[in-house]
Write a protein that binds this ligand. Structure first.
Ligand code: HEM
Length: 421
């Protein structure tokens, strides 16, 4: 039984369950196409909600999500416990995947997270990131040169996908000839991490992709140990504090995380961003008149329809929240999409405003695990969207329909057909 059928005193709208047609399916085609109405209803009427289908709590209000992200009882350590729950046969089959995921800093709590984060963040200094500005602009301009000659194209495949793929691979020191292979591996791993549904052999595919990727990255780490260069892998090889430094498997695992975390998410920032801009011609007009607005515009895209729908935690201890008891061991989804449109935190939250100020969205998370690649993503998003708006003023959505990727944690388009008037 779901919380929405709980006694009316628990909810401020008695008939919500049946009248509003709310059920537990976060992945229904309508909610994949537009999750915001659903999450707004839950935020208003069942802000802390037990979803029976996913057997997890969903937390929707901005303040509650922020409090949870600050609270050490909300743990990110979910790989070890998940492994422990497997049968012996499953453990043997899935060991290679777990070995890599176990070293991802996003899945660790302090003190392990603190140590990894300190060492790994050496690769993302503001100076190191800003040095990529011209190269990103070059990649973007080259792609737009090609697009400007076509009547119709897919903004994802032909623009939003290749930019972060090239940038993160170059930042890591991956030779140009190997980059296409990353698309296949990244797609495979994405299925596992972002939980797409309807993919029968997803574990086997993801694991095979991970094994191949890890073996390849291991060779690159060995190469840059011998011949240091100016890239992320070299920075990670050199990162040390006192006697402490990163082991090779830790470097490989976290490079997989960058490749993956730096790729699909940034594609989705550009894709979701251009879609919402094209849906708001008045806002594109403001951007054209004042290109400096691109920075707040990127923040507004992250708030209004960002690539990260929700973050996952497991409860290390029980927690009381809004009259509910969340038990130790329960899984919790902190719904960024709901928090980022909370009227208690944002003025007219359903309005898309490229100059919104202040804009304390949590599209990159918050607290200890705040996105390590945020400055890279912001830079790529700003350069790509500013150039597209400036250079293709007659771009419009359609005529073919858009297609969303049906995933739980992320929001992104499989296809965004566009045409030039
Ligand atoms: C618009 C694009 C991006 C979005 C929306 C995004 C979102 C996020 C979010 C929400 C988290 C927090 C996860 C949690 O609390 O459980 C996170 C963490 C992380 N992100 Fe991103 N990300 C983006 C781009 C990138 C890029 C480009 C990179 C690397 C090049 C990257 C690397 C990471 C890493 C390493 C973490 C883990 C940090 C930690 O656990 O301390 N991300 N990201």
């Amino acid at each position: 039984m779901s919380d929405l059928s709980a006694p009316a005193s628990d909810l401020s709208a008695p008939a919500i369950g049946s009248a509003a047609g709310i059920d537990d399916d976060v992945l229904s085609p309508e909610r994949i196409a537009d999750p915001h109405g659903y999450f707004s209803l839950l935020r208003a009427h069942a802000p802390v909600y037990w979803n029976e289908r996913y057997r997890a709590w969903f937390i929707h209000r901005y303040d509650d999500v922020l409090d949870s992200l600050r609270d050490p009882r909300f743990s990110s350590e979910r790989i070890g416990p998940a492994y422990d729950r497997l049968s012996d046969e499953q453990k043997a089959q899935r060991r290679p995947t777990y070995d890599i995921l176990m070293d991802w800093l996003v899945f660790r709590d302090p003190p392990d997270h603190t140590r990894l984060r300190r060492l790994v963040s050496r690769a993302f200094t503001p100076r190191a990131v800003d040095a990529w500005r011209d190269r990103i602009a070059g990649v973007v301009d080259e792609l737009i040169d090609g697009l400007g000659r076509r009547e119709r194209f897919d903004l994802i495949e032909d623009f939003a996908y290749p930019i972060p793929a090239v940038v993160i691979a170059e930042m890591m020191g991956v030779p140009a000839g190997d980059r296409d292979r990353f698309k296949d591996w990244s797609d495979d791993v994405m299925v596992l991490v972002f939980g797409a549904r309807g993919v029968g052999d997803r574990r086997a595919r993801a694991q095979q992709g991970l094994i191949e990727l890890a073996a390849y990255l291991g060779e690159l780490v060995a190469h840059y140990r011998r011949r240091p260069a100016d890239n992320i892998i070299s920075n990670l090889v050199e990162a040390s504090e006192g006697d402490d430094s990163l082991e090779d498997p830790e470097i490989v695992a976290n490079c997989v995380l960058f490749l993956f975390g730096g790729h699909e998410t940034t594609t989705n920032l550009i894709g979701n961003g251009m879609r919402v801009l094209l849906q708001h011609p008045d806002q594109i007009g403001r951007l054209r008149d004042d290109p400096a607005l691109i920075k707040p515009a990127v923040e507004e895209i992250l708030r209004f329809d960002g690539p990260s729908k929700m973050e996952v935690r497991t409860l290390a201890h029980s927690v009381e929240m809004r009259g509910k008891t969340l038990a130790a061991g329960d899984m919790v989804y902190l719904v960024q999409h709901a928090a980022n449109r909370d009227p208690e935190a944002f003025d007219r939250p359903d309005r898309f405003d490229v100059a919104r100020e202040p804009n304390n969205h949590i599209g990159f998370g918050f607290g200890l695990h705040f996105c390590l690649g945020a400055s890279v993503a912001r830079l790529e998003g700003a350069i790509a969207l500013e150039a597209l708006v400036r250079r293709l003023p007659n771009l419009e959505l359609g005529p073919d329909p858009e297609v969303w990727v049906p995933t739980m944690l992320s929001r992104g388009l499989e296809r965004l057909p566009v045409s030039l008037r």
